[in-house]
Structure formats: structure tokens, C-alpha cells
Design a protein around this ligand. Structure first.
Ligand code: PRX
Length: 672
């Protein structure tokens, strides 16, 4: 890594930001980075020192094996230590740090009329009451609790209550279908499901309780007796006061199993001794798409995740006590886990928690919220930036955005045009844009600029965070030096990396460690330029990234194949102006079945029902046959080119029947 000397336009950190920053210049970054690699023990011990440990570690800060040829893959952080996540992110601030009256969250509802403020002391009190409720329901240390909730304070309360009693939360994004929820409840073997009556997303009412009931019914049909209690928050009926559609009478109810949140919380005591957990006990499971189509339960553990989310939050957003921070992600994804709940709370930060949409009830909603709460650090996704760009500068001009200091993005590569708009129009040229590359599996940022230290190049996630050692490999596993492009891998762990796939260590090892022994394989392609900057080029496996949501071609294909008319399906990505990528599906029909508009609509509905609205295909094309190799493997490269209408297909000699390609091109116009 060298200090950049590039000729292309660089964006240097503003001097005012550097004055008071944790990492004030590029040289400081280099010195700290070097220390983090040369002496990880000292580096991470210092980070750990500010937290509360019921028992100190007896083992080293980090131990690992990344080489399958030498035994099981493992990562171990602070062996022997005992602590509690919830204690560290709440009690420590309230009792030791005197932050009890500090605002933890400004909650802003779907409608601008709904909002509330929650201090650290109030949050702690709610969490303890919820922890006692869960205990009352029989939830014990190590048990799993599934959570299917919108972006409301109770979501954070429930996850921290789990952490307090040592239960493992498994949050399922509340846009997923009943089928997806059922699959995740069954895999985690949860005994409790926490949900809400309903939620408005923009104008649309979503009946979460009904979806939950369907999911639990499906679990029952599949032979799982798992969930014995369903805890239901009266959100839609109570808080949004639309009155009619959801109340106790109209919400489907099974009295043996269902319990209203407010009824049990009311009398629950607000003190609860934390369960003292081992450093390596699981904190949560979060499902992410697997290339086989079955979601993988990524497991994160207590101590390492605490250290890593806390440190990345502090440095990447250069956090200071008077900041108001806002991450627009949903807590159903890892970004929300790490950078709405745990990272900010570990730092005693004040955050905005937003339930709504960027364009409801008007396209200036984000800017209105920034003005309202005087947000200083703002973190969103490229897809949201591209969406808002479409409306031009007018909606922003109505609001005062002068409080902003740092902007961030996450989820997919950001195109330089969107980056510049974000920097110039939203940040008024004043705010560094931190393009943070990471994954559900990495737990926290791994490649990222530091706002006061790193000169920026639009579209590059720049350099590794402390403790992270990237490498770029070719197909044969040889490490490539200097200016190059290949597979992005990491040579050793950082505290926040995943520990395993729930109940499937073998899949964990095969997915991330088999291809290149000795390295964690991200599945992303990456380029390194002459200044040492890293540029993510996108997934190199069969994964798609739609609006920052990762999904596998296999899971969408499996959903399409459920239709009685479909005999085969292949799904590829196609670039999309707002979503980044969208789904382009080829379907081969069974003999005598007809391809028509109704079928297309039915297939789209099927995918929505099976996976959720985020996976709705944009294009469905009739494919009398698919391009296959002689051994029968579908050649996705060719399908991608057909989807993109790229006529220069190169060598087709490996195809069993090259004529298929022409047929697919001819049928294309009907699809688009
Ligand atoms: O392909 C990369 C892309 O998102 C993938 C991880 O998705 P997920 O586990 O859902 O986590 C998303 C939020 C952390 C990565 O493998 N990705 C994420 N951030 C970036 C990115 N691609 C380019 N630049 C980024 N900043």
C-alpha cells in the first residue's frame, strides 16, 4: 500500500474534520494499520479494555485456523472471558458513563406525525422488562428467538433482551414471505416468535401477524412443533391510530399460543441480572442467501462482534458524543444489526431509527429528517441514492442539510455518477463519502475509507480496516501483486468475522475456505489500482445483488420451478438504473404449455410469495431451450449476454446446440 499519487481526481478530507478526528490523516492510518497486523494482541486488547468483562480472557485475543488441510476451521476471540453484550451497550453507559438521559434513538415512523424519543435509561428499562417476559416464557440461555418486526423500537428492545439473557436472536426481514419466515424458524428451531399486528410501508398495509400465522402453520405442516409462543406488538393498531383494520378482534389470534406484548410487558419487573456469557457464545444468527438456494444461518459471537462493530463504527463514522447518526438500513439485514443496534450503542451514540420509505409521503422525506434531527452522519445504500437522484436537486433545496459531516454507503458497488451526486448535492462538497465494503459474514466493515484520513476515489472502497489483510488471487490460488484483478480473499480473521453456519460447520468450511486453503473467500471480484486502492467488481459466484440485497440465482430458479407449467428455469442479472441489478429469468415450459402474459404475472407472484417482494423478477423470457454445455451445465455467461442484448458472444463451441442462442435472441424483444 502506498500513499496515493494518482492523477485522477481525488477527494481529500476536509481540514475541519481532521482537527478533531480519531484517525486524523493518512499517515496515522498507516501507522495504526501496521500495528494492528504486527501486534494484533496489543491492538485488540486496547480495544477490549474499555468494555466490561465479568471475567478476563485467559487465552489470546485471536486464534484461528483458515487452512482446511490442517484441521477444522475456527476463530476464537478472548477465550475464557465472560461478559454480556447488553450490559456493555446499555448498563455500562447508564451506570458508569452517566449517559442515562442521553437519547439513544429518535424514532421516526412511516408517517411524519409519528415519532418518539428513547433515552438510554428508558431503553435499558424496556429491555429488562422484555428480558423478564422472555424468561417467563421459558426462554433460556442458548435458545433461539425468531423476530419478524418492522423498524420500531421494540425490535431493538427484543434483540437486546435476547442478548441480556443469552438467547440467540434470529431476525427475519419483515419483507420476507411466510415461506421464507417458516424456513428460517425451522432451521433455527426457535421456541418463540416476536412479531407485530401490522405495519404501513408507505401507503401499503402489511399484515405481519397474518404472515406469521401462515409461517407457523407451514412449520406445523412440515412437522415442527417448535414455536410455542408468539409475542405480538400492537403497533399498527395502537401507534398509527388508523383505528379500523387491526385490533385485538381482527388480528388473527390463537389464544393458546399468542400473547400481546403490552399485556405482558406492563407488569414485568424492570430489573434483570444479565447472563454472563462466554466470549465465544453465539449472539445471533442471521440468514443470508446461499448459492445452493437454501439460506445459510450466519453465526456471530459475543465478544469479537462487540469489539469489531464498536471500533468500526467509531472510526469509520469518526463518532463523537454530540453526533446524530442515521443509518437507513433495515435491522433485518446485517447493516442494521451492526450499525443501527450494536456499533452505535456500544459507543453511546444517538441515532435516528426510521420506519418509513425514502419517498413517502414525499420525495424529500430523507432530507426532511436530516434537517429535523440535525443529522451529522448519514449512511445509506447506492440504490436509495440512485432513486433520489431521479428527482433532481429541487427536493433537497427545501431543507437545511448543513448539519451533515460524513456520508456513507453500503451494499453494492456505487457508480461514480451516484457517488458524485451524493458528495456534491447531498454533502454540498463538504462531506467525505465512506464507501464501506463488507458482508453479513464479515460482521463489520472490512474495506473502507476513514473519513479524515483517506483520500477518496469515487467507486472505490479504498483500503482495509485495522486488522484486515486482503489479498487478490487468481483462479489457481496464486497471490497477485501490484495492479491486478481477481478473487478477493482475506488472509486472517478480525474479531467480528462469522464463526460458523448454524448447525452446518461443513457447509461453512466448504463455502468460504475450500477453494483457496488458508484464506477466507468473499465471493467478490476485486481490482487493485496503481495506488493500492481496492475496487469491488461484484460477485463472481451465482449470486445477484438487487437493491443491495444479496440473493442466489438458485433460490429464484427453485421458486419458478414450482409452477406446474415450468420444466426448467435459469436466472441471471441485468443492470438496472435504480436497483443496480435486476432479475432476468429464462423459463422453459413443459410440452403443450403456453407462454403468455398471465403466466408471466403468475410467475412473478409465485416468486414474491415464495421469497418476498425484493425478489420479484423484472423480466421473464420464454426459452424453448437453454444454452448448455455437452455435460449439461447451463452457460450463464451466455444468458447474461442475451439478457443484456450483447450480440458479440465469442466462442460458442462448448455449447451442445449453438442454435439455441439465436432462438433466445429472437424471443428477447417480447420479454423486454
Ligand atoms: O457483493 C458484495 C456487496 O454485498 C455483498 C454482501 O451482501 P450482504 O451479506 O447482504 O451484506 C450487505 C451489507 C454489508 C458483498 O459480497 N457489497 C457490500 N458492500 C459493498 C458491496 N459491493 C461493493 N461495494 C460495497 N461497498
Amino acid at each position: 500500500m502506498v500513499v496515493p499519487e494518482s492523477q485522477e481526481k481525488m477527494y481529500y478530507p476536509p481540514v475541519e474534520l481532521q482537527r478533531n478526528a480519531h484517525v486524523p490523516d493518512f499517515n496515522s492510518y498507516l501507522v495504526m494499520y501496521k500495528k494492528s497486523l504486527e501486534n494484533p494482541e496489543a491492538f485488540w486488547r486496547e480495544v477490549a479494555d474499555e468494555f466490561f468483562w465479568k471475567k478476563p480472557a485467559t487465552g489470546p485475543m485471536l486464534q484461528h485456523n483458515f487452512d482446511m488441510t490442517k484441521g477444522n476451521i475456527f476463530v476464537n476471540c478472548m477465550e475464557g472471558a465472560k461478559t454480556n453484550m447488553c450490559y456493555n451497550v446499555l448498563d455500562r453507559h447508564v451506570k458508569e458513563g452517566k449517559l442515562g438521559e442521553k437519547v439513544a434513538y429518535y424514532w421516526e415512523g412511516n408517517s411524519p406525525d409519528h415519532h418518539m424519543t428513547i433515552t438510554y435509561r428508558q431503553l435499558l428499562s424496556h429491555v429488562c422488562r422484555c428480558a423478564n417476559v422472555l424468561k417467563q416464557m421459558g426462554v433460556k440461555r442458548g435458545d433461539r428467538v425468531s423476530i419478524y418486526l418492522p423498524m420500531i423500537p421494540e425490535l431493538i428492545v427484543t434483540m437486546l433482551a435476547c442478548a441480556r439473557i443469552g438467547a440467540v436472536h434470529s431476525i427475519v426481514f419483515a419483507g420476507f414471505s411466510s415461506e421464507s419466515l417458516c424456513e428460517r424458524i425451522m432451521d433455527a428451531q426457535s421456541s418463540v416468535l416476536v412479531t407485530a399486528d401490522g405495519v404501513y410501508r408507505g401507503e401499503k398495509l402489511i399484515n405481519l401477524k397474518q404472515i406469521s400465522d401462515e409461517a407457523l402453520e407451514k412449520c406445523r405442516e412440515k412437522g415442527s412443533s417448535g414455536v410455542t409462543t408468539c409475542l405480538v406488538i400492537k403497533h399498527q393498531a395502537q401507534r398509527t391510530r388508523t383505528g379500523t383494520s387491526c385490533n385485538k378482534l381482527q388480528t388473527p389470534w390463537e389464544s393458546e399460543r399468542d400473547v400481546w406484548w403490552d399485556e405482558v410487558m406492563r407488569d414485568s419487573p424492570d430489573e434483570c441480572e444479565p447472563e454472563w456469557m462466554d466470549a465465544e457464545d453465539p449472539l445471533f444468527i442471521l440468514y443470508t442467501s446461499g448459492s445452493t438456494g437454501k439460506p445459510k444461518g450466519v453465526v456471530h459471537t459475543v465478544a469479537g462482534y462487540l469489539l469489531y462493530t464498536s471500533l468500526t463504527f467509531r472510526y469509520v463514522f469518526d463518532h463523537h458524543p454530540d453526533d446524530v447518526y442515521w443509518c437507513t438500513a433495515d435491522i433485518g439485514w446485517i447493516t442494521g444489526h451492526s450499525y443501527i443496534t450494536y456499533g452505535p450503542l456500544a459507543n453511546g451514540a444517538t441515532s435516528v431509527l426510521f420506519e418509513g420509505l425514502p419517498v413517502h409521503p414525499h420525495v424529500g422525506r430523507f432530507w426532511e429528517i436530516i434537517e429535523k434531527y440535525k443529522v451529522t452522519k448519514f449512511y445509506t445504500a447506492p440504490t436509495a441514492i440512485r432513486l433520489l437522484m431521479k428527482y433532481g436537486q429541487e427536493p433537497l433545496r427545501k431543507y437545511d442539510l448543513s448539519s451533515l459531516r460524513i456520508l456513507g454507503t453500503v451494499g453494492e458497488p456505487i457508480n461514480p455518477e451516484a457517488w458524485r451526486w451524493y458528495h456534491e448535492v447531498v454533502g454540498q462538497g463538504r462531506c467525505p463519502v465512506v464507501d464501506t465494503f463488507w458482508q453479513t459474514e464479515t460482521g463489520g466493515h472490512v474495506l473502507t475509507p476513514l473519513p479524515a484520513a483517506t483520500p477518496l476515489k469515487p467507486g472505490s472502497a479504498t483500503f482495509p480496516f485495522f486488522g484486515v489483510e486482503p489479498a487478490i488471487l487468481n483462479e489457481h490460488g496464486e497471490e497477485l501483486e501490484g495492479v491486478t484483478e481477481g478473487y478477493l480473499v482475506f488472509r486472517k480473521p478480525w474479531p467480528g468475522i462469522m464463526r460458523t453456519i448454524y448447525k452446518n460447520q461443513e457447509l461453512f468450511e466448504n463455502t468460504y475456505f475450500r477453494k483457496f486453503p488458508g484464506f477466507y473467500v468473499t465471493g467478490d471480484g476485486c481490482r487493485r489500482d496503481k495506488d493500492g486502492y481496492y475496487w469491488i467488481t461484484g460477485r463472481i459466484d451465482d449470486m445477484l445483488n438487487v437493491s443491495g440485497h444479496l440473493m442466489s440465482t438458485a433460490e429464484v430458479e427453485a421458486a419458478l420451478m414450482l409452477h406446474q407449467s415450468v420444466s426448467e428455469a435459469a436466472v441471471v442479472s441485468r443492470p438496472h438504473k435504480v436497483k443496480g441489478e435486476c432479475l432476468y429469468c429464462f423459463v422453459t415450459l413443459k410440452d403443450s404449455k403456453e407462454f403468455n402474459c398471465k403466466l408471466v404475472e403468475d410467475l412473478k407472484r409465485l416468486v414474491r410469495e415464495k421469497i418476498g417482494p425484493i425478489a420479484t423478477p423484472d423480466f421473464i423470457q420464454n426459452a424453448p431451450a437453454l444454452p448448455k454445455t455437452r455435460s449439461g451445465k447451463i452457460m450463464r455467461r451466455i444468458l447474461r449476454q442475451i439478457a443484456r442484448n450483447e450480440k458479440d458472444l465469442g466462442d460458442l463451441s462448448t455449447l451442445a446446440d449453438p442454435k439455441v442462442v439465436e432462438v433466445l435472441f429472437n424471443q428477447r424483444s417480447e420479454a423486454a
